[in-house]
Design a protein around this ligand. Structure first.
Ligand SMILES: [Zn+2]
Length: 285
């Protein structure tokens, strides 16, 4: 998230929205309906999971959230993402595990989803850490794309979406329109719908594993994240904790904390993959 930018440009951030990559660059009622019709209605025929994309948020000149102790979101989420990739590679050497970034570099939001689409990934996992001005709030949240059901969910999406203001040419890359318009809601309700059940299923498994690892889960939620909207596969955005909370910041910056979170997401991944591959019972995990 990007507090500094939000303070200076709240209206711009609030009104910016993304036309999905499949949608024509001019946003009209006709285009919206036609894009909704073209949205896939089922998981790809090849339902087993062979490629996963791990997307550590932010990077480079965009630090993301910064804790009072100086911990930067971009570093925490990269460490968790790399650990998660290692776990998956070790357990499934035949799988392709693609990182949207492996080092401290900036990647545009639309490029992150495009990497997943180009590689025909079966799952997209975006990893983030949260922050609020109030410091008593803590816990994890996992999001799937959708209409926010509370103002607070919308605020999280706005903070994460504000990243695009740090990109060059964002006005060309993201055609802005008002997210409160009925058309935008039609688009949101239709796009990613084919993958929503699967995304929510995976999100629930992640939050369950966080609870098993003694983290406080704030649950599975939905909101309009640009980075998820561009993906054509089940996709989640994990908020691994609040850097604005002193205890959680200490946890998030520690190797032990990062490994705990990576391992929890990995366990959820194992369960989810077994379901996708049609391989029985995962209750023991
Ligand atoms: Zn973030």
């Amino acid at each position: 998230m990007v507090l500094k930018i939000l303070k200076s440009l709240p209206l711009v951030v609030g009104s910016l929205w993304l036309a999905p990559l499949a949608v024509p660059s001019v946003f009209t009622a006709e285009n919206a309906v036609s894009a909704a019709r073209q949205a896939p209605t089922a998981l790809p025929r090849e339902s087993d999971l062979k490629t996963v994309v791990i997307d550590p948020g932010h990077g480079g000149h965009d630090p993301g959230a910064i804790g009072k102790g100086g911990t930067k979101e971009k570093n925490v989420v990269l460490a968790i993402g790399l650990q998660l990739a290692r776990h998956i590679k070790t357990a499934y050497p035949e799988m392709r595990v693609i990182m949207t970034r492996k080092s401290d570099v900036f990647v545009d939001l639309h490029e992150r989803g495009a990497i997943a689409n180009r590689n025909h990934a079966g799952l997209f996992i975006s990893i983030h850490a949260n922050a609020l001005t109030r410091r008593d709030y803590y816990g994890t949240e996992t999001y799937a794309m959708g209409l926010h059901k509370s103002e607070q969910n919308l605020e999280v999406a706005k903070r994460e979406n504000a990243v695009i203001l740090k990109e060059e040419n964002y006005e060309q890359n993201y055609k802005g329109f008002d997210p409160s318009s009925p058309l935008a809601h039609i688009m949101l309700a239709n796009y990613q719908n084919a993958y929503l059940t699967s995304s929510l299923n995976f999100a629930a498994k992640i939050e369950k594993q966080f609870t098993n690892a003694d983290r406080v889960s704030r649950g599975v939620k939905q909101a309009g994240f640009i980075v998820l909207w561009t993906t054509a596969m089940p996709a989640v955005l994990v908020e691994t904790g609040y850097l604005s909370n002193a205890a959680e910041e200490r946890f998030l910056r520690s190797e032990e904390g990062q490994e705990t979170l990576a391992k929890a997401i990995f366990k959820a991944f194992v369960q989810y993959k077994k379901e996708r591959d049609g391989v029985g019972d995962t209750a023991g995990l």
